[in-house]
Design a protein around this ligand. Structure first.
Ligand SMILES: Nc1ncnc2c1ncn2[C@@H]1O[C@H](COP(=O)(O)OP(=O)(O)OP(=O)(O)O)[C@@H](O)[C@H]1O
Ligand SMILES: [Mg+2]
Length: 149
């Protein structure tokens, strides 16, 4: 699914942050990536969804060389890679419920309103479903319980 052969990347010219990465991430496999702060974990993930492109080596995602992808090709790749960022990213002009449904909306899939409501109940955010993200405060949402009841 994602294959890297000798991939390198650096934010600054001539200063590689990641180098000689050779790996293969198979469909359905499960991986942990650990390392100290600043080691390059987020950078590695950004390479995986072509937010950054390798400076050297070869990276193939879903059978395509990422450096040969067009803008549309990169968009198509991103539709197949779900990412939960360490800093939450919302569209501030859309209500919470629409933000949650956004990955389905942009990929043209039907939104199951029953599932959406169940998700909101699970994280105890039904009251905030119509709120805009800037209106939310960590203080008015009680901590979710696990598992949901
Ligand atoms: N956009 C950027 N421009 C320049 N340098 C960057 C940029 N993003 C990250 N870096 C640098 O690259 C290195 C790796 O950063 P990265 O965010 O990938 O680390 P991380 O392993 O995800 O860290 P953390 O555990 O703190 O999230 C750090 O030294 C960081 O300062
Ligand atoms: Mg990080």
């Amino acid at each position: 699914m994602i294959e890297m052969q000798g991939v390198s990347f650096g934010y600054l010219e001539g200063e590689p942050l990641l180098s000689d990465m050779t790996l293969s991430l198979q469909p359905g496999s499960f991986h942990f990536l650990t390392g100290p702060s600043g080691a390059g974990k987020t950078t590695f993930l950004r390479l995986c969804y072509a937010d950054l492109l390798p400076a050297g080596g070869q990276m193939v995602a879903f059978d395509q060389d990422v450096r040969a992808l067009s803008r549309d090709g990169i968009a198509a790749l991103r539709r197949r890679v779900g990412v939960v960022h360490q800093d939450p990213q919302f569209l501030d002009h859309l209500p919470v419920a629409e933000n949650i449904a956004l990955p389905l909306t942009v990929s043209g899939e039907a939104v199951d309103m029953k599932e959406l409501r169940e998700l909101l109940i699970w994280v105890q955010m039904t009251q905030q479903a119509r709120s805009l993200p800037p209106e939310l405060s960590g203080a008015n949402v009680s901590a979710p319980r696990w598992p949901a009841r």
